[in-house]
Design a protein around this ligand. Structure first.
Ligand code: SF4
Ligand code: SF4
Length: 420
């Protein structure tokens, strides 16, 4: 991914970051002025679940420093792998740490994972995912040939053969999670009605590389980023739109390092643009009380990459646009959870945890469902297929009386069609 010079600088930076840790505990809790209820004061899911300091950023800094300096060796304790891999890479620690200290624990954790992959220290649970990436270019253990199946019968342009102004990047989860196909299908309908010139890569779409990067597979990330950038160039694409927050983070924040020049928008931003242009009219009443779950990679993770990847670009998480869209829908009542925006609790899926630590994943998602139910909302609206899968599964497991929906579904129910 980055240049050698970049790597050398970053290697020094991340050791220095780990060394700088004050052991202050800030990375375990949301800012105290943001605490509205003691039950919802934590920010680090892995610390809350495993209840050991080593499973918070603070302990991970100690373990990382000792591994970098050779004081600790992988063979000293098999749990070292869990300490660094059982982390959602949600970035909650990073936001809270930055409140007291100029360092980036999340980047240390991510770099340590890359180092562990380089050192051959893989979780056995990673092997089928790695195999799926190498053979089928996706993280979902699906067949490459089936990647565009969700779009069958919709008559969408195939960007491997035709040009279009906008590429809709579906991503691994939406492509292979059949229960979620209704969302990209709704997006296709919205695009068509709004007159957007768009296409998809279908079976020729690759993984975006975001999940592999979170798991430490930098080589896979670079390969996929380069393939996708080339494919968009060949199809004359000017704007890439995705409804996956993980993918958006990678394409927006990491791809410029690999030479990407196209405009990248999350579906939330594209919806806001279409609404502003009058191409979507939210006229139908949707009587529903909802709360909004901020996906980590559409929120706080976006702002954390500034200093490393795009030093000159100011960026903040996308917090207000989804809320503005929800509030513009007639009949919808929007209520906030105790932890929102930068302080949002992760859905539990991130960092590969959905595939590697199912119990921890389920605990984290269930905590979010409990918090959402406290608001009295009938539905959790969000904007990421990983959150939808993780929260949706927790709802099924617990029998909670709440549902999870994508912002696209809400907009689709409220938009005017054919003058009505
Ligand atoms: S990224 Fe999230 S899960 Fe990992 S240490 Fe930080 S707060 Fe905890
Ligand atoms: S908040 Fe930052 S400095 Fe404080 S213990 Fe956590 S990682 Fe270390």
């Amino acid at each position: 991914m980055p240049t050698d010079e970049f790597n050398r600088k970053w290697y020094w930076d991340f050791r220095k970051n780990a060394w700088y840790c004050l052991r202050c505990n800030n990375c375990k809790w949301i800012d105290n002025w943001e605490v509205k209820d003691a039950r919802f004061a934590r920010i680090c899911p892995s610390n809350a679940y495993y209840l050991f300091d080593t499973y918070a950023a603070q302990g991970r800094m100690d373990v990382s420093l000792d591994l970098i300096d050779g004081v600790l060796k992988y063979e000293d304790d098999p749990e070292i792998l869990d300490i660094l891999y059982a982390c959602n890479t949600c970035g909650g620690c990073d936001v809270m740490c930055k409140g007291v200290h100029d360092m980036s624990p999340i980047n240390v954790i991510l770099e340590m994972r890359a180092k562990m992959v380089e050192d051959g220290q893989l979780l056995p649970q990673y092997l089928p995912i790695l195999e799926s990436l190498r053979r089928e270019d996706n993280t979902m253990l699906g067949k490459k040939a089936d990647r565009g199946k969700w779009a069958e019968g919709l008559g969408i342009k195939n960007l491997a053969e035709e040009s279009a102004e906008v590429a809709f990047f579906t991503g691994c989860r939406f492509s292979f999670d059949e229960e979620l196909w209704k969302i990209p299908r709704a997006i296709a309908g919205i695009f068509k009605d709004a007159g957007v010139d768009f296409g998809i890569m279908g079976k020729d779409e690759n993984c975006c590389g975001s999940r592999p990067a979170q798991m430490g597979f930098k080589g896979e990330f670079t390969k996929y980023a380069e393939n996708n950038i080339d494919a968009w160039k060949n199809a004359g694409v000017k704007t890439v739109v995705t409804a996956c927050s993980d993918g958006y983070y990678a394409m927006k924040r990491l791809y410029p390092e690999v030479g990407s020049k196209v405009e990248v928008l999350h579906m939330v931003e594209f919806l806001a643009r279409l609404i502003e242009q009058g191409k979507i009219k939210l006229t139908k009443k949707v009587p529903m009380k909802v709360t909004y779950h901020d996906p980590c990679h559409l929120g706080r993770r976006l702002s954390q990459a500034i200093s490393v990847f795009n030093p000159n670009e100011r960026s903040m998480g996308i917090y207000e646009p989804p809320r503005d869209i929800i509030k513009a829908i007639p009949g919808v009542e929007m209520v906030e959870m105790f932890r929102n925006r930068e302080c949002a609790w992760c859905c539990g899926a991130g960092g590969g945890v959905i595939d590697t630590y199912p119990d921890f994943n389920s605990y984290t998602a269930t905590q979010r469902i409990i918090e959402a139910q406290e608001t009295g909302a009938e539905a959790i609206v969000t904007a990421c297929p990983w959150c939808e899968r993780s929260l949706g599964d927790a709802i099924k497991e617990t029998g909670a009386k709440i549902k999870v929906i994508d912002l696209v579904e809400l907009v689709d129910s409220a938009r005017q069609r054919g003058g009505k």
